[in-house]
Design a protein around this ligand. Structure first.
Ligand code: MSP
Length: 513
């Protein structure tokens, strides 16, 4: 089995500081990266910033900055955010880096060499905010202004010489590819949108602009810059040192296991990107997953709408892990989700503090008091112990395949149910009444501690900081977390020390209106 896993986030525009939508894409990607890592995969996790194009050039002009100066500043805030979110990204790519420019130019030449690029003229609508060309039927008139129906962003008329990519030529091969690789576009509902768009006919795509200069110059034609999406998408291979396809990184990690993106940019990833790759005779990524939007009210959060929730402020108030947990759990993956502080507080109180934190705290306190802070030696499992422990073993392969199907909801539900079951088990077994029966008392505590270990392993991809704090109970460190060990029951070493831990989550006081 191939034990390499390559996951990417979209590369973000450094035109404004990061918001919750960006944090969401990154946190979800980190969840998958961490899960695969603890499941024995060699993981490459890429994120970065998308720094060329008219959107960035205009943002810089507005601030009286040179575009690169603006990119340096804001790209740094995205890098800082990666740290703040505790992302395990292997690399952070900026499209203004030489390594990237080199790849893009090479790819362009390949496309040109294969006769997939030709010079003509573009007349049509363009949205600078989306960096996208739109057909007449994708545009509407609102209050005398032309906007793109899908994104609601304003469009302007462009009339200029442009290089075109022969996208139309790839319509059939793309449809064929979707058919032969039914999991390529996920989730299913969005896949159908893409397929019907492709079936309705693909027009050749304008892939250069002449009326501004902030971009990578077209090889052999300095008057044009390469269309920012052709430039940006290439980041996924430039980070693996394309065109050096014989190097270890490329050999190991390409094709990508999954490009995780927002649904707004599915067309670029599920149509244009695979078409470029087909034309350049490069393998296609295994999967493109378009997640839903974080909404604020009913609208997608974005700077131009002025409804941004700042992830840094939320983290300052509640801490990082509650935010990670909340976004992963409450936004049903694949769908849009509203975010509210009220629900975040409920998550902290019920799932994190009551269910998980409390379980760890009470079992450890009990063990410290009654078992001299040592993992008990003499134990004898009864049916009810084996039953609760076996639930992990019985589900381990299902959990793995659900993760491969990107079913985060299943993963979270499994954890929440396991926490309930563990708390119930400890209550029902009443170890405090078993002080005369040492073996039984030992076994109950051992079983519950073993469950805490298993659940903390499973929580590591979601709330890594807290999971590590909890695993201090057993002196287990990050490198020792191993998903496959949740099926074994004999992990805790008899006689080894049980450490007390600080409270994991403080409950938030909520006042009814
Ligand atoms: N630069 C392009 C992507 C190029 S990838 C080769 C871009 N950047 S972006 O900064 O505008 O947004 C990137 C991604 O951020 C979106 O696709 C989505 O994944 C995420 N989000 C931005 N706003 C969002 C929400 N309100 N909700 C959830 N995610 C959203 O597009």
């Amino acid at each position: 089995m191939d034990k390499n896993f390559y996951i990417t986030t979209p590369i973000y525009y450094p035109s404004a500081k990061p918001h919750m939508g960006h944090a969401y894409s990154s946190i979800i990607a980190d969840f998958f990266a961490r899960f695969k890592k603890i499941d024995g995969f060699s993981v490459f996790f890429l994120t970065g910033t998308d720094e060329h194009g008219l959107k960035i050039q205009r943002a810089a002009e507005q601030r009286n900055l040179d575009p690169l100066e603006l990119c340096d500043q804001i790209s740094q805030t995205f890098k800082d955010l990666s740290k703040t979110l505790n992302l395990t990204n292997t690399d952070f790519i900026r499209t203004t880096e030489e390594r990237h420019k080199k790849s893009v130019k090479y790819l362009w030449k390949e496309l040109k060499k294969n006769d997939d690029i030709y010079l003509s003229k573009y007349s049509g609508w363009y949205s600078v905010s989306d960096e996208a060309f739109y057909n007449e039927n994708e545009i509407e008139n609102v209050d005398g202004k032309k906007i793109a129906t899908s994104s609601k962003s304003s469009v302007e008329w462009v009339d200029e010489e442009s290089y075109f990519f022969r996208l139309s030529k790839w319509q059939k091969p793309l449809l064929e590819y979707y058919k032969n690789n039914p999991n390529f576009i996920q989730p299913e509902s969005r896949k159908n949108e893409v397929i019907s768009f492709v079936e309705s006919g693909l027009k050749d795509l304008s892939v250069s602009r002449k009326s501004f200069s902030w971009g990578i110059k077209v090889p052999d034609d300095e008057n044009h810059v390469i269309y920012v999406w052709l430039d940006a998408l290439t980041n996924y291979i430039s980070a693996l040192n394309y065109p050096d396809i014989k190097n270890q990184l490329f050999k190991r990690y390409w094709p990508a296991s999954i490009h995780l993106i927002g649904k707004d940019i599915l067309r670029f990833h599920a149509i244009y990107w695979p078409a470029f790759l087909l034309a350049a005779k490069i393998k296609l990524p295994e999967k493109v997953y378009g997640h839903g939007w974080i909404l604020s009210g009913e609208e997608k959060m974005s700077k131009s709408k002025g409804n941004i929730l700042d992830p840094l402020e939320i983290i300052k108030i509640y801490g990082l892990d509650p935010l990670r947990y909340y976004l992963i759990k409450e936004v049903s993956f694949g769908n849009d989700g509203n975010i509210s502080q009220n629900k975040l507080e409920d998550c902290i109180n019920s799932d994190l503090a009551n269910n998980y934190g409390n379980l760890c705290q009470r079992v450890v306190s009990f063990a410290v008091k009654n078992l001299k802070s040592k993992i008990p030696k003499k134990i004898k499992f009864e049916d009810e112990d084996i039953k609760i422990l076996d639930n992990y073993k019985n589900n381990i392969n299902k959990i793995r395949s659900k993760i491969d199907e990107n079913d985060i909801n299943f993963y979270i539900d499994f954890i929440i149910n396991s926490l309930f079951a563990a708390n119930k088990y400890f209550n029902d077994q009443e170890p405090w009444k078993k002080k005369e029966d040492t073996v039984r008392l030992n076994t109950i505590v051992y079983t519950t501690l073993e469950i805490i270990r298993k659940i903390s392993f499973m929580l590591y991809p979601i709330i890594p900081g807290t999971s590590l704090k909890a695993l201090k109970i057993f002196d287990i460190n990050e490198n020792e977390i191993n998903f496959s060990s949740i099926e074994k029951h004999d992990n805790l070493k008899p006689e080894s020390k049980i450490n007390s831990i600080d409270i994991l989550f403080r409950k938030i006081e909520k006042f009814d209106d």
